[in-house]
Structure formats: structure tokens, C-alpha cells
Design a protein around this ligand. Structure first.
Ligand code: EPU
Length: 426
């Protein structure tokens, strides 16, 4: 087991290179199953979820070739299995995308219920609704979801809740269908657009990604090609908040400023300054600025991202006055609040609303990363706090952030990783 040790009080200064987007990568890797050509993926983040997904593909008999840092070639020509191993799929949420991809390729699959961060219930009813609309029969009476279709036929799919995962799965299943599929009330996240751009580059016919109506005209087959994954909106946003939390001055490189607008808007409202260039952004807090308390709601894109909710709540713990944070996506995404309270934060949670009363400072102690983004929030809290913060449960952080602590160290943070010898009780 490992833990992170963070000494607070310093300012972050300098430049940080943002990696490829985790949530785009975990949609694009399974999409390679739909092609028989070689797909060369660039700007892939070196994170546990990506490695795990590549291992799952190898288990299905894909050839995965690591070319250089961030570049992998995937050849799914020989894939002959539509039942990925349960011990691997259970470890990540993105494995649910194997359903759409394998259904699209083989017209059948059997996939174990996916794992991932725990934010209360994480249903897949909308995914199933999409597969059924396309003509598949779905049996999920046990832990294994079995999907079969004689044919996949284009259809109209209306989602009554905006779902990233269901939108990805509907696109994956429809790409090689007969006829046109129209997905209404689709998710508009940057990674939905990235997946569609990837598939179109491989010969698919998808229009409207990034709006709430996506049209997928089925094509007989896809080919291989080269594709670079977009920069990670959430990693970039995490560094923006860390910069503001330490009253620092940080320039993010390799980003798409438009994807960061919902986050930038909140940072500006609090009193930070931002300068945007084509693919970089500088964020800083002018000398003497008192950060303001604010109210926000986490919503699907282009709203403020739920995956940036714990980081912003953490930042608000030491601003003067009262802030509110409403979680508009997940039922239970405030489980990390008890960890912040242990550091002295004054936060009350009422269902999906957190009321944050600013305190003068946080105090370092031992806290747990209860999930991936909560883990990032604990690092920010540690950087803000007086004294030393020890963070356990950091396997969550490694799932989704590439070289996270070394990027912080490059910005001047005092943070390091320690092996913990477990007490076996013997
Ligand atoms: N929902 C349903 N039925 C479904 C699917 C979803 O009711 O069949 C509900 C969920 O319960 C939730 C809402 O719809 O209330 C949105 O869920 P969504 O399906 O959009 O989430 P997801 O696809 O499981 C992805 C990201 C999450 C991110 C959410 C929301 C990946 C691999 N995961 O999850 O990312 O929080 O979208 O933006 O893309 C993270 O990166 O830390 C992370 C958790």
C-alpha cells in the first residue's frame, strides 16, 4: 500500500503539461474493436484505467503495441471473443463500453457489471434501452449482462436523463448498424465529440456530436488510422483549482481553453485572473486578493463538471462567508466531505447540497481518497493546509491522473509517495 505526504503552505508556480483525457481514452480504446485495421492512438494518458483497458483488449486477442510514451497501436483483427474477463471488467466503469463495441462487432456479448467510483447507485438502464431500441435482446437477470441481436437496425433513441455512458454505448452499437440512428438528449461532453471524431476518422458517419441530437448513419465497415486524444479537461481543471488554492501562478500547456470555460467562469467569479492562448492558459491570484465565496451546481456539459465538484468544494473551505455546492448529476458524491471536516472544514451536507462556511485555515492530518476526484481534492486540501497531510487510498488517484505528484512537485509542491508496511497482525 502507498500513501501521499503533502506539506502545505507553498504556492504553485510554473508550467504543467496536461495529459490526454482519461474519459475519452476509455471510450476510444474499446471503439477500436469495431475496426479491423490498425488504430494508432496518440496522447494516451499513462494511467491505470488505460493500462487495464488495453489488457482487457489483449485478453480478447487484440494485438497491443506500445510504440513510445503516449502512443499505442491496437490491432483488433484477430479478436474472436465477446466475453471479456470479469475480474478485469469489474475494476472500472469504462468497461461498460465493451457492451456497445462488442455488440456492434459480433452482434452479441456477455459483460460483467462494471465497477468504478462509488457515488450511490450507478444504473445502466439507459444503456440497455439503447441496445433494445437497436434490436438487441438483453438479459441482465444475473451479474453478467448478456446481449444478443440477429441484426442491429438504426432507430430513434431518446434518453430521459443525460448520460455520458449510455450515449457512448449507443454510438458504439450504432456505427455498424443498418440504417440511421438518432440519439436525442445525448450527452455533449468533449469526450463524446472526441469519440465521434475518432470513429469518423476511421470511416464512420456520425453528425451532431456536441449537440443534444446525434445522428449515426451505419456504415458496412471501418478502417484503421491515426488519432490523437484530446487533453484532459478534468486534469486541467484540477491544476487550475490547485493554483488558485495556493494563490499561485500556473500555466497549463496542451489544453483546449473552450473545454475549461465552466471552470474558468467560477475561478474568475472567485477573484482569480486568467489569460488564454490557443492551447494554453495562465491562471493566477493577484497579490492581496481575498477569494470570494460562490454558489455552484454540478451539471452535465457545458455545465460545471461533477468531476470537478470535490476540488471546488475544497477550495471554498477557506474563503470568507458561505458557499453552496449542489450536485446535479450523482446521488451521493459528498462522501469525501467527512475527510475535509477532519482537516477543520465547516461543511454541512443536506442531500445533494453542501453548505460550506469558510474557516481561516485547514489543518493537516491523515485523510483518505474515497474515490478518484475526491483523491485529487485531498491533495489540494493538503496543499492549502497548515502542516502535513497524509493521504491514503491513493490507488484511486492512480486510476485517472498521469504522474500526478511529479507534476505538482515540478510546480514547487512538497509532496511525495511513501510505501506503507501493512500490519498483518501476525
Ligand atoms: N444514469 C441513469 N441510467 C443509466 C446511466 C446513467 O439513470 O443507464 C444516471 C446516473 O445515475 C447519473 C447520471 O445518469 O445520475 C449521469 O451518469 P452518466 O451515465 O453520465 O455517468 P457515467 O457514464 O457512468 C461518466 C464518467 C464519470 C462522470 C460522469 C458524469 C467515464 C468513464 N465516467 O460516468 O467520470 O462523473 O460521466 O459526467 O466517462 C471520473 O472521471 O471521475 C468519473 C466518475
Amino acid at each position: 500500500m502507498e500513501k501521499l505526504v503533502v506539506k502545505g503552505g507553498g504556492r504553485l508556480n510554473g508550467e504543467v503539461e496536461i495529459s490526454g483525457a482519461k474519459n475519452a481514452a476509455v471510450a476510444i480504446i474499446p471503439a477500436c474493436l469495431l475496426t479491423k485495421g490498425v488504430c494508432r492512438l496518440e496522447n494516451l494518458p499513462d494511467i491505470k484505467d488505460v493500462k487495464l483497458f488495453l489488457t482487457i483488449l489483449e485478453n480478447l486477442h487484440a494485438k497491443v503495441c506500445y510504440i513510445e510514451k503516449g502512443v499505442v497501436e491496437i490491432d483488433c483483427t484477430e479478436v474472436d471473443c465477446s466475453e471479456p474477463p470479469a475480474d478485469l471488467t469489474r475494476k472500472m466503469r469504462g468497461s461498460s463500453y465493451l457492451m456497445g463495441a462488442l455488440l456492434g462487432r459480433f452482434r452479441r456479448c456477455a459483460v460483467t457489471s462494471p465497477g468504478g467510483c462509488d457515488f450511490g447507485t450507478r444504473p445502466i438502464d439507459l444503456h440497455i434501452k439503447a441496445f433494445e431500441a437497436l434490436g438487441a435482446e438483453v438479459d441482465c437477470s444475473y451479474d453478467i449482462i448478456k446481449i444478443n441481436a440477429e441484426n442491429i437496425t438504426g432507430s430513434n433513441i431518446y434518453f430521459d436523463v443525460v448520460s455520458v455512458g449510455a450515449t457512448v454505448n449507443a454510438i458504439l452499437a450504432a456505427v455498424l448498424a443498418d440504417g440511421m440512428t438518432v440519439i436525442e438528449n445525448a450527452a455533449k461532453e468533449p469526450h463524446i465529440v472526441d469519440l465521434s471524431n475518432f470513429l469518423n476518422a476511421m470511416g464512420a458517419n456520425i453528425r451532431g456530436a456536441g449537440t443534444d441530437t446525434i445522428k449515426v448513419k451505419g456504415v458496412p465497415e471501418l478502417h484503421g488510422g491515426t488519432y490523437a486524444i484530446i487533453p484532459d479537461q478534468i486534469e486541467a481543471g484540477t491544476f487550475m483549482i490547485a493554483a488558485v488554492a495556493t494563490k499561485g501562478d500556473v500555466t497549463l500547456k496542451n489544453i483546449i481553453p473552450r473545454h475549461l470555460e465552466p471552470i474558468s467562469a467560477k475561478m474568475l467569479e472567485m477573484g482569480a485572473r486568467i489569460e488564454e492562448c490557443d492551447d494554453s492558459l495562465r491562471i493566477w491570484v493577484p497579490e492581496g486578493t481575498k477569494l470570494k465565496s460562490i454558489n455552484f451546481t454540478a451539471l452535465p456539459y457545458p455545465g460545471y463538471p461533477t468531476d470537478m465538484q470535490p476540488q471546488l468544494v475544497t477550495l471554498l473551505t477557506t474563503t470568507d462567508g458561505t458557499s453552496t455546492a449542489r450536485e446535479g448529476v450523482w446521488d451521493d458524491r459528498f462522501r469525501y466531505v467527512s475527510e475535509l471536516r477532519r482537516m477543520g472544514a465547516n461543511i454541512r451536507v443536506e442531500g445533494k447540497l453542501a453548505i460550506v462556511n469558510g474557516v481561516p485555515n485547514l489543518m493537516g492530518t491523515t485523510v483518505k481518497a474515497v474515490d478518484l476526484r475526491a483523491g485529487a481534492a485531498m491533495i489540494i486540501a493538503g496543499l492549502m493546509a497548515d502542516g502535513t497531510t497524509e493521504i491514503t487510498g491513493i490507488h484511486h488517484i492512480d486510476r485517472g491522473y498521469e504522474n500526478f505528484e511529479s507534476k505538482f512537485v515540478k510546480l514547487g509542491a512538497d509532496i511525495h509517495r511513501l510505501q506503507v508496511i501493512e500490519d498483518t497482525g501476525v
